[in-house]
Design a protein around this ligand. Structure first.
Ligand code: NAI
Length: 410
């Protein structure tokens, strides 16, 4: 039976308009009816609330896109194994969700709306449960990993090398959820900064964000030998194996991490795919991965690295632009794109702060990249929704979704 996506979207809009109260009510219902479930969640629920809403928005927006929905929910189901989620928990969540909708979407609620939501929820739960069961046949719910390398190229930034306790198979460009010992049950996403290696080591680039629990713990309180927990690899901002197009990559700050992994993968391909990388930062000291990229560029003539600095003046802790090797431009990283290109034939990969990504997508389109060939993780739009890679394509086929839809556990 087809899902009644129109009715679902209409009723969801009521929650969207009152999301804080609605999500508070949802968790209140869930925990009141199932007190045991509370211990599966972190002590502070603020980020969790946002994740629930992100996930619900993604589901509602993709009800008519079976492929994206299935991919998103499968990732979500696999990732939920690390919380200890069992099939019966889905029933509890479904009851709390429908009770919340009944209350907040009361003006538009009807038996038909209730049936539509139940059908959609049952489908979503089934996809998540099946994906989790299939995953459990060959992968653990989480991995222990030891911190075996720790560098602090800057006061608030750390480069971590992790050794998982068993094989960790992922694709360059993917990210994982990580829990530091200091904050039990608090998981945060980090992109993996290297392509898979034979030694099974993972590199992460972490900036301590103000008030960030896990990033602060990783940058300021981690020692060699500490242990962290890792969820399964997530995300679909990966190389399109069917494409042999040249690449244009746009990275802002620590957003270089997944793009560096992708460039390392390109270096290992039998077929050459030229890459132009725009690597932006406020100051030269923030271009922490530049030495590695310079080495890659020296060894691979198909790679062109363009550094873009907001301020090219020297600071106490970093040299000025003149002291940097290679092509250095001044300004914000998306603005540098126009001086290059056109990029009609290119696949584009974008990662960094959301405002930078939105601007880079606009500039890439102006430089001729098709929307369906711009790959990025989930990106909040200015209306509180989320942009996917293939969204608003100019009618050139639907492409596939590459949004970080699967970043958000309920
Ligand atoms: N897979 C993912 O989605 C990942 C996302 N990130 C995100 O990347 C960001 C990196 O932060 P930082 O290292 O502090 O970088 P940052 O905030 O210093 O910015 C780096 C670059 O973005 C440009 N930029 C900043 N605001 C802009 C705007 N409004 N318009 C145009 N360009 C702008 C700057 O000019 C600079 O070139 C974080 O928000 C982090 O969450 C990082 C790693 C992975």
């Amino acid at each position: 039976m087809p899902l009644n996506s129109r009715l679902i979207e209409e009723t969801f809009a009521y929650i969207d308009n009152d999301r804080e109260r609605a999500i508070g009510y949802f968790y209140g219902r869930l925990f009141a009816a199932n007190p045991g479930v509370r211990s599966m969640f972190p002590p502070a629920m603020d980020v969790q609330r946002d994740r629930l809403f992100t996930a619900l928005t993604a589901i509602v927006r993709n009800l008519d896109n079976a492929e994206t929905l299935n991919s998103f929910l499968s990732h979500l189901g696999r990732d939920h194994r690390k919380f200890g989620v069992e099939p019966h928990h889905y029933e509890a969540v479904g009851s709390a969700l429908v009770a919340t909708l009944r209350r907040f979407a009361a003006p538009a609620w009807s038996q038909e709306a209730e049936r539509a939501w139940l059908a959609a929820y049952q489908l979503a739960a089934r996809m998540m449960i099946e994906a989790a069961e299939e995953h459990s046949a060959w992968a653990p719910p989480w991995w222990h990993a030891d911190v075996i390398g720790l560098e602090r190229p800057q006061r608030h930034l750390a480069r971590l090398t992790l050794r998982p306790n068993q094989g960790y198979s992922y694709l360059p460009g993917q990210y994982l959820m990580l829990q530091a010992a200091r904050w039990p049950r608090v998981w945060r996403p980090y992109s993996i900064a290297n392509a898979p290696q034979s030694d099974n080591l993972l590199h992460l680039l972490v900036r301590a964000v103000p008030g960030g629990w896990v990033s602060g713990a990783l940058v300021h309180h981690t020692r060699l030998g500490d242990s962290v927990l890792l969820g399964p690899p997530l995300g679909s901002m990966v190389l399109d194996a069917a494409s042999d197009r040249p690449l244009v990559c746009v990275a802002g700050g620590t957003g270089i991490a997944p793009l560096k992994a992708i460039i390392e993968q390109v270096a290992s391909l039998p077929r050459r795919r030229p890459v132009t990388l725009f690597y932006g930062a406020a100051h030269s000291g923030d271009l922490t991965e530049k030495p590695t990229l310079d080495r890659l560029q020296s060894a691979n003539p198909w790679l062109r690295v363009v550094s873009v600095l907001e301020s090219t003046a020297a600071t106490d802790s970093s040299p000025g632009a003149a002291a940097l090797s290679g092509d250095v431009r001044c300004g914000r990283v998306p603005d540098a794109i126009a001086a290059f290109g056109p990029f009609h034939e290119h696949d584009a990969y974008v990662c960094g702060p959301p405002a930078m990504m939105r601007s880079a997508i606009t500039q890439l389109r102006a430089a001729g990249v098709r929307r369906s060939r711009i790959f990025h993780d989930l990106l909040p739009d200015e209306d509180g929704g989320y942009l996917r890679s293939a969204e608003a394509d100019e009618g050139a086929g639907t492409g596939s979704a590459h949004g970080r839809l699967d970043r958000s556990p309920l």
